[in-house]
Write a protein that binds this ligand. Structure first.
Ligand code: LLP
Length: 417
């Protein structure tokens, strides 16, 4: 599932000891396994080979250029949500015919840029947005291809902050309104509606919500067909869950077995937008213990990474497995319950609460697992902390893929008056 393993007692990424990376690059440090990234992409591609979908990796999950370039070199397209992500996509040489663009709030500037670049299509999330794209296309004298993002109103059984396909969420357009759009689509003279898009949420561990959303969409496709409206694409979004704790998410094969029969029925070109499935377990955050503080009611292990480096526990109460990068059996027996916390001035700045871990002491290193997706991409400079550096390991080779921020980086855009 991933290439982070103990060899003897040393925790390794592929053929490289994490300890040597921590000593060389310092901490906090993101470490990614090249082969894990590639393997997850290939697993999905293989599971769906009978329909040969366009797999557009969701840039937001981890937008480091080295990761994007790796995936693009294996044939991936990219799912973007901003002008900045378009810039990254173009920088790594992603063919524009493999770029799809979602977001409920695309600005006119961003829309114009993407039209000029000739991306495959926009996933349109509202009628005013459709009108805006039409207007900009007219001005540029272009016909722009779009997909309508449907909000299928299904429960994906995941955290409420990452649920996106219910009618109470801001995303997509309900079936009734979407139907109205198709009825009046002649009004949009410079738009070609060529597909439908859904993305019902993230960290979804079973196929049931997908099956119900896709079934609803297929009924809609049939309804449109009866009106003489024929589409070309169905984009089923991302959302595939991974293992963080004790969840048993479906494998790519099992997922494919459940939804392939439905997808084949549509005869449409299928697009997928996985993010977490590809990057999540391909990265860890390495941090060093600064102090062990035995307080009145709890023992706190204070580490040098903070919520600015990995916000998922603070934001979603997310569980991340935490492993020592040197493993000793003796210590295992005398494990104790601790809170692993960062240095930031917020009580939400934690990575684990009441976690049974080996006795830890100053200078020990820990690996926060499953940090490859929505880890670095959600970092900030809060508390004027320098963002971590990132390295990619490929067998026994190590590549620095992002330098740690310097103090200069922190202030480079600021102006004293
Ligand atoms: N497509 C669209 C339109 C999306 O909005 C997303 C994610 C994806 C694809 C990729 O979803 P994935 O395969 O990674 O589940 N920060 C949260 C996750 C937010 C997901 C946002 N949208 C977290 O850390 O759990």
């Amino acid at each position: 599932m991933h290439e982070f393993k103990y060899r003897k007692n040393e925790f390794c990424c592929e053929d490289v000891e994490i300890l040597s990376l921590a000593q060389k690059f310092g901490t906090p440090l993101y470490v990614y396994s090249y082969h894990t990234v590639v393997d997850h992409f290939v697993k999905l591609k293989t599971a769906f080979r009978s329909i040969n979908p366009l797999i557009c990796y969701s840039v937001k999950a981890n937008s480091n250029l080295a990761i994007l370039k790796t995936l693009v070199s294996f044939g991936a397209g990219l799912d973007i949500v901003s002008g900045g992500e378009l810039f990254r996509a173009v920088t790594v040489g992603c063919p524009v015919s493999k770029i799809v663009y979602a977001s409920v709030g695309k600005t006119s500037y961003e829309i114009e840029e993407a039209i000029k670049r000739r991306i495959l299509f926009f996933n349109v999330e509202s009628i005013p947005e459709l009108e805006n794209i039409n207007c900009i296309s007219k001005r540029l004298n272009r016909i722009t291809q779009v997909s309508i993002r449907i909000n299928p109103d299904v429960e994906p059984k995941t955290h409420k902050y990452i649920t996106t396909g219910k009618l109470t969420n801001k995303f997509g357009i309900d079936f009734k309104s979407a139907y109205q759009i198709f009825l009046i689509c002649n009004k949009f003279s410079n738009i070609k509606i060529s597909g439908l898009h859904i993305h019902i949420g993230s960290q979804i561990t079973e196929s049931v919500p997908y099956v119900s959303a896709i079934t609803k969409v297929i009924e809609f496709v049939e309804q449109l067909k009866r009106k003489g409206i024929v589409l070309e694409y169905l984009n089923i979004g991302g959302g595939l869950g991974i293992v963080y704790d004790e969840e048993t998410p479906q494998t790519a094969e099992k997922f494919a077995a459940k939804i392939l029969p439905l997808l084949k029925k549509t005869k449409l070109k299928i697009i997928m937008e996985p993010g977490r499935f590809i990057a999540g377990n391909a990265g860890i955050l390495v941090t060093k213990v600064l102090y062990v503080k035995a307080a009145v009611k709890k023992k706190f292990v204070i580490v040098d990474a903070g919520m600015n480096d990995l916000i998922r526990p603070a934001l979603y109460g997310a569980y991340h497995q935490i492993l020592p990068i040197r493993y000793t059996l003796n210590a295992i027996r005398s494990s104790e319950k601790v809170d692993i916390v960062g240095p930031i001035c917020e009580s939400a700045d934690f990575f684990a609460k009441g976690r049974r871990l080996l006795p830890l002491k100053e200078g020990d290193y820990l690996a926060i697992m499953g940090s490859g997706a929505y880890g670095f991409s959600m970092t900030s400079n809060y508390n004027s902390r320098c963002r971590a550096c990132e390295v990619m390991v490929k067998k026994d080779e190590t590549f620095l893929i992002r330098k740690r921020d310097s103090y200069e980086d922190l202030i480079k855009n600021e102006i004293m008056i």
